[in-house]
Design a protein around this ligand. Structure first.
Ligand code: EPU
Length: 341
């Protein structure tokens, strides 16, 4: 057993450029890669008064300035089936696993439930924080629980689905308990048979066409759609959807529909509608436009892109420009989906 000295492994003034999908060149005061839980507890204990920033895949973060304190890059690995019966498996996945690798693992093993969440960037540990979702499925639909470590006292705690307070791109980890817990692993329940395929989303149905509906064909269709709409982060810095779709009531919906007949709105439930933020941004002629080093992606107006050498402040100023124009035109408040640091 190696007798490792933590102080030696903490790097100072470490560049995070390769660790955020916007590709922004910022540095953190100190930086540590977490490979096991014991290290994590020790490092938290030794840095009690420091500001802690937890980094997963860096695919939902906008760095606007030098990062003070200690940045922990989660690299905990492992995928294990922890329970199994004829119908289901419960899989425990460590937080540092790549989300899409886990989806591929499930599809290849014939386990159903997350095939619609193919190609979502980021790590497993970040998935519950904003209850990732796409094409009619959300993490919460398969979620059993997650294990966490409290940053302040290093105690472990497990949260089940109910106690995570999941909502549209949100959870307790993004709201009431922000910056308190580090998610170390996630348990999901997947089906072994009688999969409940979800192809309610029009584009998925169209993409599958006459092919047989199964885990692989759904995953393939989703991957194809995502690749056509969303830029590859290896080539163009971005964070997927930058904004959430505003949620409104029926009265507001009717007012908007009257003034903007072609507006794209989806009914969520009684008296609750989701407005396509992409439509609003496209209506304001931002789609495909560039502003210096930043721009709005040509195939999806929700995606802000780093065209090369951008700073976080430039991205933020474009985001604010869009927010204020959307407000003055539609009286709707766009909320960023990405975490702005
Ligand atoms: N639309 C436009 N212009 C565009 C793009 C879309 O008008 O440039 C309108 C169209 O009416 C289209 C509708 O918006 O039918 C929906 O578009 P899309 O299917 O691309 O979905 P979205 O609402 O824009 C959300 C998620 C995505 C997720 C897709 C598919 C949010 C904030 N975004 O986007 O999630 O992949 O649905 O389910 O909810 C992410 O979170 O990073 C992300 C990419």
């Amino acid at each position: 057993m190696l007798n490792r000295n933590f102080d030696l492994e903490i790097k100072s003034n470490h560049s995070l450029e390769k660790l955020n999908t916007f590709g922004l060149d910022v540095a953190s005061e100190s930086f540590f890669i977490v490979k096991d839980l014991k290290d994590l507890r020790n490092i938290l204990l030794k840095n009690k008064n420091k500001k802690i920033t937890v980094l997963g895949g860096g695919s939902n973060i906008l760095f606007t300035k030098f990062l003070d304190g200690l940045c922990l890059k989660i690299d905990l690995k492992g995928i294990d089936i922890v329970e199994e019966n004829e119908k289901n498996v419960i899989v425990n996945v460590m937080a540092g696993e790549n989300w899409n690798d886990f989806v591929e693992w499930s599809v290849n093993n014939g386990f159903g439930g997350i095939e619609n969440l193919s190609l979502i960037p980021g790590l497993v540990g970040a998935a519950p924080i904003q209850n990732i979702g796409a094409y009619g499925v959300e993490l919460k639909d398969v979620f059993v629980s997650c294990n966490t470590i409290n940053i302040n006292d290093q105690t472990e705690k497990e949260f089940d689905e109910k106690s995570c307070l999941f909502g549209y791109r949100t959870s307790r980890f993004k709201t009431t308990d922000k910056n308190i817990y580090i998610i170390t692993s996630v348990k999901v329940r997947l089906t072994k048979e009688k999969h409940k395929y979800n192809i309610s989303y029009g584009t998925v149905k169209e993409e599958i066409g006459n092919r047989e509906i199964n885990l692989k064909s759904i995953s393939k269709a989703v991957i194809k759609i995502r690749k056509s709409k969303l830029p590859n982060t290896d080539l163009i810095g971005n964070c997927g959807s930058f904004f959430k779709n505003p949620v409104i009531n029926e009265l507001k919906y009717l007012q908007l529909k009257k003034k903007f007949p072609s507006i794209s709105v989806f009914k969520v439930k009684k008296n609750e509608y989701k407005v396509s933020a992409a439509w609003l941004i496209e209506f304001l002629k931002y789609k495909g436009k560039s502003f210096g080093n930043v721009g709005v992606y040509k195939n999806q107006a929700l995606v802000l892109v780093n065209l090369g050498g951008a700073t976080g402040k430039e991205v933020l100023s474009l985001a604010n420009k869009i927010i204020s124009e959307v407000y003055s035109t539609f009286k709707l408040s766009l909320q960023p989906e990405v975490e702005i640091l």
